[in-house]
Design a protein around this ligand. Structure first.
Ligand SMILES: [Zn+2]
Length: 344
């Protein structure tokens, strides 16, 4: 049997009032110099509080990625002299923090302020180069602090995007299984079940999520972390990212105003689950019940754009087989499915 490595976070905390917990963890590790990657709003609502509360015991070097977008090299250099990299913010902040931690060889603490996708707890990072979207394995956060005080007051759209990213696992796991059957690619039963479970839980909790109850929000956060852990167990993004993610990535590069990652994934899942002969109706009804996007018009997309994205999707990862690679759909087939599923 081939060797299989799993990278997992060593400490995860979800709850209220976690600023003091973060300070205590820094103290316990003896971390005195931190690189904080953040952006304006997360810094105002959370990053600044960490710095205030730490007083003079810890020195922070703060990078606002929107204010000074070209500082990556400088902060990789600074991180080499620091003890830890803290990512305080949303998806891009967390992605960039992972890369800095990876290049500097320092541990990474993930401190998400929104629950918009599973990158908050995964080793994957996505980025764009030359108009194309890529994703690759970087480092797993060593510690994760999900403070409900800040996540629960974020705009609801982010949470619903997180739900879209979670229902996507229903399709991703089927693509993984298909690839395993057709190519003999490694398939981790445990990781697959874990990812699948994160989708099932969020679908079962749709009423709690629709009501914006704290319990519902917390369930989404836990499921996102669990999905990230599934990737750590799998050693790749396979259990969480399949054909639906390829369509979502294609839409990102083709759209003038792309919707959020999870919003695109949720809508694309209805389409790819139809191809897999899965229960796409349940996904569509659940997303609708939560108030999440469930038609292509909800993600700034029309039929032509969606057709183009489905056709382009297999080229994004030619090495990673999904149902789209196998079926090679024609325009009329895609249009028919959009009509059958009432996506368009
Ligand atoms: Zn995703």
């Amino acid at each position: 049997m081939e060797k299989h490595e799993m990278e997992l976070p060593s400490y995860i905390v979800i709850g209220s009032n976690l600023v003091d917990v973060i300070i205590e963890r820094l103290r316990r590790h003896g971390f005195k110099y931190c690189i904080m990657i953040t952006s304006k709003t997360p810094y105002r609502f959370y990053g600044s509080k960490i710095i205030e509360r730490a007083e003079k015991a810890v020195v922070f070097s703060v990078w606002d990625i929107n204010e000074a977008p070209d500082e990556l090299d400088r902060f990789v250099g600074e991180a080499r002299a620091a003890d830890v990299v803290l990512g305080v913010g949303g998806g891009r902040v967390v992605d960039i923090s992972k890369v800095i931690a990876e290049l500097s060889g320092k541990p990474f603490f993930s401190i998400p302020t929104i629950a918009s996708h599973d990158g908050i707890a995964s080793p994957m990072t996505s980025y764009r180069r030359d108009g194309r979207a890529y994703s690759r394995k970087s480092v797993m956060p060593s510690e994760i602090f999900a403070d409900m005080d800040v996540i629960s007051i974020a705009p609801r759209r982010y949470l619903l995007s997180g739900c879209g990213d979670l229902v996507a696992k229903k399709s991703a796991v089927r693509d993984w299984w298909l690839a395993h059957k057709l190519t003999g690619e490694y398939y981790g039963r445990y990781a697959a079940h874990l990812a699948y479970l994160s989708a099932s839980v969020v679908i079962k909790s749709r009423k709690l999520i629709a009501n914006n109850s704290l319990e519902g929000i917390r369930t989404v956060v836990e499921a996102l972390i669990s999905a990230g852990v599934a990737m750590g167990v799998a050693g790749s993004s396979r259990p969480c990212s399949g054909s639906e993610h390829l369509i979502a990535h294609a839409l990102e590069t083709l759209s003038e105003k792309p919707a959020l990652h999870g919003e695109r994934c949720g809508v694309a899942t209805i389409f790819t689950l139809y191809l897999h002969r899965g229960n796409w109706r349940k996904i569509k009804n659940s997303l609708a019940a939560m108030g999440a996007p469930h038609r292509i018009e909800h993600i700034n997309t029309d039929t032509d754009l969606f057709v183009e994205a489905v056709k382009k999707a297999p080229e994004i990862r030619p090495d990673r087989l999904t149902i789209l690679h196998k079926m090679n759909l024609t325009r009329s087939e895609i249009v028919n499915i959009l009509e059958t599923t009432s996506l368009a």
